[in-house]
Design a protein around this ligand. Structure first.
Ligand code: NAD
Ligand code: ZN
Length: 344
């Protein structure tokens, strides 16, 4: 990546000093949500000011309903009130929602200004802060509007994760296991042994994988599709459960379904499925969803990755290696239904 990604514990001071160096004289609009603001907002802004940076802070309520065009407009109006020019900057301090919406606002304000990502959830650190996908929701669905807009710098300080509630932490683990499964057997095996003891190392490795995949395919037309492993069925599970099952947990179950289908179809040995289940269970993630595969197929066929009469899916060949395959819709159905006996 052309931009700096700093990963570590308690590295916020160093990062801010670098910002102050590189961007002296610019005004920063710090964008955050109410939860993160209560925990870190004032301290973070004070740190920036001590380093000599000028900043103003915009806080919006947490939650997906505020990942909206209305919030994008409020952010842009806030930047205008504070007289930000095209050479000034935004900084997203928070989880994936803050990152997506601040990134989108940065891309729109004055036709685009630079922005910095300071992700504070595990999911945002290893996934959404790197890659440059920004988004807002429409009433009709999630992430239906957005653009590609890369940040100029990313800070992943794992100290933020000390306050992250366990349920959100689990969502990040689901995505982390995915990186191991698609790209890096050693990382996968390390995660099989647990997470917390090697947190910085695991975050750094996941970020490096995401950055490498995005470097090879910034606009998501090829290898970046590997990042969707477990997501076709994961999205179907999210929708089927009325979003009671959160994203990372649904992805975990989706990966298991895909692996089971691959075992049934002879694309990988049964041990791959066992290892995946063991790794997820070791990290307290459920591997089984309550409804049968057949009930999920309608939602799965509506997936973004569908292209007319075919659908692109990510199959697992071995731990650390996945392949992208295009299937006709009927073959896709048959492929997944064959997984059912292995899931019972
Ligand atoms: P989130 O932003 O809603 O954060 C989860 C909750 O934790 C929020 O209530 C937040 O206020 C709180 N929180 C954040 N940091 C905290 C901390 N350090 N301590 C305590 N509480 C904290 O959710 P998320 O899981 O980070 O991100 C989900 C969003 O990311 C979704 O909207 C999804 O579409 C998006 N996403 C984007 C990409 C991408 O490539 N752009 C990739 C994956 C997901
Ligand atoms: Zn995901």
């Amino acid at each position: 990546t052309p931009y700096t990604v700093q990963v570590g514990r308690d590295c916020t001071d160093i990062f801010i000093a670098q910002l102050a160096d590189r961007y002296a004289g610019k005004t920063f609009a710090v964008i955050t949500d109410d939860h993160v603001n209560a925990l870190y907002g004032d301290r973070f802004v004070a740190q920036m000011q001590r380093a000599g940076l000028t900043c103003c802070k915009f806080v919006f309520p947490h939650g997906e309903t505020h990942k909206s065009l209305a919030t994008v407009q409020q952010i842009c109006e806030f930047c205008h009130q504070n007289q930000l020019t095209r050479s000034d900057m935004m900084l997203a301090l928070g989880g994936g929602i803050v990152g997506d919406i601040a990134g989108f606002a940065a891309a729109m304000y004055l036709r685009g200004i630079a922005y910095v990502q300071v992700p504070t959830t595990l999911l945002a650190q290893i996934d959404s802060s790197v890659g440059g996908k920004t988004a807002a929701n429409l009433p009709q669905g999630k992430n239906l509007i957005g653009c590609f807009w890369q940040p100029v710098a990313v800070l992943c300080d794992t100290a933020f994760l000390d306050t992250l509630p366990e349920a959100y932490f689990a969502d990040g683990i689901g995505e982390a296991v995915k990186y191991g499964a698609i790209w890096d057997r050693d990382l996968f095996l390390q995660m099989q042994g647990g997470f917390r003891d090697h947190l910085e190392e695991i975050v750094a490795r996941c970020v490096a994988i995401k950055a490498e995949v995005v470097r090879q395919d910034e606009f998501d037309t090829g290898v970046r599709m590997l990042l969707n492993f477990g997501h076709t069925m994961g999205h179907a599970i999210e929708r089927h459960s009325n979003f009671a099952v959160s994203h990372g947990k649904a992805v975990a179950m989706g990966m298991v379904m895909m692996a089971a289908a691959c075992v049934a179809g002879g694309q990988c040995p049964p041990d791959v499925l066992h290892q995946l289940c063991r790794c997820l269970q070791k990290n307290k993630l459920a591997t089984h969803y309550s409804a049968p595969v057949a009930d999920l197929l309608p939602a799965a066929m509506g997936d973004k990755k569908r292209d007319g009469s075919t659908i692109s899916i990510v199959q697992i060949a071995e731990i650390g290696r996945c392949v992208i395959t295009k299937l006709a819709l009927d073959d896709f159905k048959a492929f997944l239904l064959a997984a059912q006996p292995l899931l019972d």
